[in-house]
Design a protein around this ligand. Structure first.
Ligand code: AMP
Ligand code: MG
Length: 349
C-alpha cells in the first residue's frame, strides 16, 4: 500500500471511529432521528479514499448520486486527466467552462489575491517540474526552478462570461489545493437538497459534515499527526462544518537524505518551508477551508496569524509549528481535545 494511501486509510478510520462516540450536547429527538439508519459508501477517486456517511429513515439513493457527483467533478477539475476541462484549458489556452470549473477557478483567483499569492492556482508548471503529478519525482536544478517559476502566473488567467483563457504560453492551472473542498461543499449541498439531516463526507482527511449525529451529538474528527502515522494531533467536535488539513507529510519524496513535499511556495519555487507542518482550517465553507489550508501552510505562522486576524469570522484554525507548538483559535479550543499543550489564539481587535 502506498504511504499516502495508508495515511488516508488511518484518517478514515479515525473519523469513523470517533464519529460514533457519545453525545456532549444532547438534542431533542425527532421522528427522523429516531428512525435514522446509517448508510455508507467508500470508493477511491480524486487520488484518495473517499467515505460518505448519511443517516436517513429509508434506503436512500443519495449516496449513488453523490458518488456520481464526485466523479463528475473529478472529470472537470483534474488537470492530470487529459479530457478534463482544466486540462483542455491548459492545452488549448482557451475553453468554455462548466459552471463548476468556472466557479472553482474564479474562487481560486480570488484566494490568490486575498492571500497575496500564497494560494497559487497556476502552480502546475512547478508541480510538473518536481514530478508530483506523474510520480516521477526529482529535485530540479535552480535554473529549472527559475524557468518554471516564471510560468506560475495566475495574472495570465482571464475569465470572461463562461470562457477562460490563458494569455501566456506555458502557464498552466492546478486546482488540487481547492478542488476537494469544493467537492465536499457540493456533496453537503446535495445532501441538503435530498433532505438529509445528518451526514459526513471524508475525502482523504478533508472532512465536512451536515448537522450532527442522529443522537444529537457532534461529529468527532481526528486530525492526523504529521509524524506518527497511526496517531492523531487531537479530536475536534464539529457540526455543519468543513475540517480541512494541509501538511507536507501528505505527499513527499526523499532524495539524498532531504524531504521534498507537494505544497510549493510560489515565491521560491521550492516546497514551502516557513515553519508550519500542519494547518487545519475549520469553516462552514469547504472551498474556503481547502484554499486557506494550503495558503496558510505556505505563509507560515506569522503571516497565517495576521491573515486570520484581519479576516472576518468565517474560519478557525489549528496550526502545528516545526518547533512543536500547537496553536488553536479561541472559538474551537474548547472542542478540540488533545494531549498536547494548546496555545490559544485570540482576536486582537
Ligand atoms: P492541499 O492538500 O489542499 O494543501 O493541496 C495540495 C495540492 O495543491 C498540491 O498537490 C498541488 O496540486 C496544489 N498546490 C501546491 N502548492 C500550491 C500553492 N502554493 N497554491 C495552490 N495550490 C497548490
Ligand atoms: Mg487545500
Amino acid at each position: 500500500m502506498k504511504k499516502t494511501i495508508k495515511y488516508f486509510y488511518w484518517i478514515g478510520i479515525f473519523v469513523l471511529l470517533f464519529g460514533l462516540s457519545a453525545c456532549s450536547v444532547p438534542q431533542p429527538k425527532t421522528e427522523d432521528t429516531i428512525n435514522a439508519e446509517k448508510h455508507t459508501a467508500d470508493f477511491f477517486a480524486m487520488d484518495t479514499y473517499i467515505t460518505m456517511t448519511v443517516y436517513d429513515a429509508q434506503e436512500t439513493s443519495v449516496l449513488e448520486i453523490a458518488k456520481k457527483r464526485v466523479l463528475e467533478l473529478e472529470e472537470k477539475l483534474n488537470a492530470e486527466d487529459d479530457d478534463s476541462e482544466i486540462a483542455t484549458l491548459n492545452h488549448n489556452r482557451n475553453a468554455v467552462l462548466s459552471q463548476d470549473a468556472y466557479q472553482v477557478l474564479e474562487k481560486a483567483l480570488v484566494y490568490w489575491q486575498t492571500t497575496e499569492g500564497a494560494f497559487n492556482p497556476a502552480i502546475h508548471p512547478l508541480m510538473a517540474l518536481w514530478g508530483f503529478p506523474t510520480g516521477k519525482t526529482r529535485v530540479p536544478t535552480e535554473q529549472e526552478v527559475k524557468t518554471a517559476l516564471a510560468l506560475a502566473r495566475p495574472d495570465k488567467i482571464v475569465l470572461t462570461d463562461e470562457m477562460a483563457s490563458i494569455q501566456q504560453p506555458g502557464v498552466q492551472i492546478d486546482l488540487g489545493g481547492i478542488a476537494k473542498g469544493y467537492t465536499s461543499s457540493e456533496l453537503i449541498k446535495l445532501f441538503r437538497q435530498n433532505d438529509i439531516k445528518s451526514g459526513l463526507v471524508n475525502l482523504g482527511g478533508n472532512v465536512q459534515s451536515i448537522g450532527c449525529k442522529p443522537d444529537g451529538s457532534p461529529w468527532k474528527v481526528g486530525i492526523q499527526h504529521p509524524d506518527r502515522e497511526k496517531d492523531y494531533l487531537g479530536i475536534l467536535e464539529t457540526q455543519n462544518e468543513a475540517v480541512i488539513t494541509s501538511g507536507g507529510y501528505e505527499r513527499f519524496f526523499e532524495e539524498n537524505g532531504a524531504t521534498y513535499h507537494h505544497i510549493i511556495d510560489s515565491s521560491t519555487g521550492y516546497p514551502a518551508d516557513n515553519g508550519l507542518i500542519s494547518v487545519t482550517i475549520v469553516s462552514p465553507d469547504g472551498t474556503l477551508a481547502d484554499a486557506l489550508s494550503t495558503a496558510l501552510y505556505v505563509m507560515g505562522e506569522e503571516k497565517a496569524l495576521a491573515y486570520w486576524q484581519k479576516s472576518a469570522d468565517d474560519f478557525e484554525m489549528i496550526l502545528l509549528t516545526q518547533d512543536g507548538r500547537l496553536l488553536v483559535t479561541r472559538e474551537i479550543a474548547a472542542r478540540f481535545e488533545t494531549d498536547m499543550k494548546k496555545e490559544i489564539i485570540e482576536k486582537t481587535a
